[in-house]
Design a protein around this ligand. Structure first.
Ligand code: PEP
Ligand code: MG
Length: 582
């Protein structure tokens, strides 16, 4: 196949740096499809393509049924029969044809739409057995999609990923990203995803460049093509010519040089020009990340996202396994704070062992503390494990997604039960382990006094606070342009939360991505923030900003920013603040 002529694609930059390597197309699940328009004159051909795929799957299933392997379980034949019935039903093999004509879209998309509406109907069924048949519908659809995508896929991923591979995917789940921690790539690029999705956050934690929301990378890029990924501007260049390549090699070197310079700040204390000490803590996803956190110069862990221990496995981690992971972090950080957040599963984070109900708005569903309170045994196991780890270091416990005061009351009752059990079993733990809450739902920020007098500290989760305040799904690239940390509503909420916490003498941190964004450092300092928690890779740059800032000069410009509502003016005022020589 001849190489494409060079071209570039623009997306959202989520993890900085420049990578040069070769494309490796990643097939995740064939249920992942993208929509593209099909012009009227090609619709007949698209319908025919769909029919051929259905025929092919029918043929495959029939063949399997006639040649059931020796030793196959007795229900195997019945299961094939059921799949054939589903495939032959008009709702699956007929309806998508009408849908694709109506919408002028590709067959994969029409089939996926039809599957979603069938699944919704299944969800209404009361009978458990029948309701579970939705899985069979998904499996049949997956078979058809595989055939469809095989016909249009730009390349077959027969090549193996190598050291210089750049992963190209339609979308990646946080669980996929976790697996890639063990198989490093040069960079990741995806067609879907938002800048603060958990996938993007993990890409940052891998310390390699990443661009999301490219929309057309997957269908346009072929396996093995040379790619440049510019994680600063969000540009991907496919098959660059020699001049562009050497230009980017130079930029790549400069980037590494800059990083090396910044890393010299590791042991420098984060102190402002007028002598105020600032805490720079790290966000981690696993005990292995502690090394990176320490190397970055972070002096505590402000957010340990424990849900990643629950992913990519068929079973739940038990108390011993959790305890040993949490203790490892507590011991490795010695007398520095380690903030362990309880399980924040749901929305874009899923685990095989945790059944999640299908929901139209999963981010508004049974997520985080809501899920834990619905599964008290599972929650109690985690609380016991965290309490036990508190004996080995300076452990703080953090509760995600609080919105109701009852959630706190129920959690405190379970915590007391866990303490009681441990006392009886004579297992040591810190009786005074501080308990804090994430302020990441606007209701909690607006009704802060309700929570402040019950918590030992709070931590602002700006990623979700922005998602929920602006009503923008943080993982949805189609609204990613509206995800705006500088929206006046967000600035007001962050400012008032920090100020109210100070007045109530409750320590406050920011652990959302905002804390690691160099554009926000001076503004957050001006809001009164003294504890920032971020991905370790961002610590040196934020420290450098702090070293160049005098708190006494911030209050005038910050007051003006808080009085400003016009986006352009706001942006220019923040730009001025960041350029202000101090
Ligand atoms: C946040 O919402 O800002 C946060 C830190 O939590 P997470 O990104 O894990 O949802
Ligand atoms: Mg959150």
């Amino acid at each position: 196949m001849s190489a494409h002529v060079g071209f570039s694609i623009h997306g959202l930059a989520v993890a900085q740096g420049i990578a040069i390597g070769h494309a490796h197309l990643y097939f995740q699940s064939s249920l992942q499809v993208i929509r593209y328009s099909v012009p009227d004159h090609l619709l007949d051909a698209e319908v025919a393509r769909f029919d051929r795929a259905v025929d092919k799957v029918r043929h495959e299933l029939q063949e399997l049924k006639e040649n059931v392997p020796v030793g196959a379980p007795p229900e195997f034949a019945a299961f094939l029969e059921l799949h054939l019935m589903i495939l032959n039903d008009d709702t699956l093999s007929g309806a998508p044809r009408a849908l694709l004509r109506q919408q002028g879209c590709n067959a994969e998309w029409a089939l996926k739409q039809q599957m979603n509406s069938l699944i919704e109907q299944f969800m209404q069924i009361e009978d458990n057995y029948l309701r579970e048949r939705q899985e069979d519908v998904k499996q049949v659809v997956e078979r058809v999609l595989k055939v469809l995508m095989g016909q249009v896929a730009p390349a077959t991923p027969t090549h193996k990923a190598t050291e210089d591979s750049i992963l190209v995917a339609v979308d990646l789940s946080p669980a996929d990203m976790l697996l890639f921690k063990q198989h490093p790539f040069q960079a990741f690029i995806t067609d879907q995803g938002g800048a603060t999705s958990h996938t993007a956050i993990l890409a940052r934690s891998l310390g390699i460049p990443s661009v999301v929301a490219l929309h057309h990378a997957w269908p346009m890029i072929r396996e093995g093509e040379t790619l440049i990924v510019d994680g600063m501007s969000g540009v991907v260049i496919v098959n660059p010519d020699a001049i562009i390549l050497s230009e980017y090699r130079l930029r790549q070197e400069q980037w590494h040089l800059e990083k090396r310079k910044l890393s010299r700040l590791r042991t420098t204390r984060a102190t402002t020009l007028d002598g105020t000490s600032i805490d720079l803590w790290a966000n981690i996803e696993s005990p292995d990340d502690v090394e990176h956190a320490k190397k970055s110069g972070a002096t505590g862990i402000g957010l340990y996202r424990t849900e990643f221990l629950f992913m990519n496995r068929p079973d739940l981690p038990g108390e011993e396994e959790q305890f040993s992971a949490y203790r490892r972090v507590a011991q490795a950080m010695r007398d520095h704070v380690v903030t362990i957040r309880t399980l924040d599963i749901g929305a874009d984070k899923s685990a095989e062992s945790i059944a999640q109900t299908q929901s139209l708005n999963p981010a508004l569903g049974l997520r985080a503390i809501r899920y834990c309170l619905s599964e008290p045994r599972l929650f109690l196991t985690q609380l016991r494990a965290i309490l036990r780890a508190s004996h080995f270091g300076h452990v703080h416990l953090l509760l995600p997604m609080l919105s109701q005061v009852n959630e706190l009351k129920q959690t405190f009752a379970l915590l007391e039960q866990a303490r009681e059990e441990l006392r009886e079993e004579m297992i040591p733990f810190n009786e005074r382990m501080p308990v804090g809450g994430m302020i990441e739902v606007p209701a909690a920020a607006l009704a802060l006094p309700l929570f402040l007098d019950k918590l030992d500290f709070i931590s602002l989760g700006t990623n979700d606070l922005i998602q929920y305040t602006l009503a923008i799904d943080r993982a949805d690239d189609s609204v990613a342009h509206l995800y705006d940390p500088l929206h006046p509503a967000i600035l007001q909420l962050v400012f008032t939360t920090i100020q109210s916490a100070h007045r109530a003498n409750v320590p406050v941190a920011v652990c959302g991505e905002m804390a690691g964004d160099p554009i926000m450092t001076r503004l957050l300092l001006g809001f009164g923030l003294r504890t920032f928690s971020m991905h370790p890779a961002h610590v040196p740059e934020i420290k450098q900003n702090i070293l160049k800032t005098s708190l006494s000069l911030l209050s005038g410009p910050v007051k003006k920013i808080l009085r400003t509502y016009e986006p352009d003016q706001l942006e220019s005022l923040i730009g001025n603040l960041n350029r202000l020589a101090m």
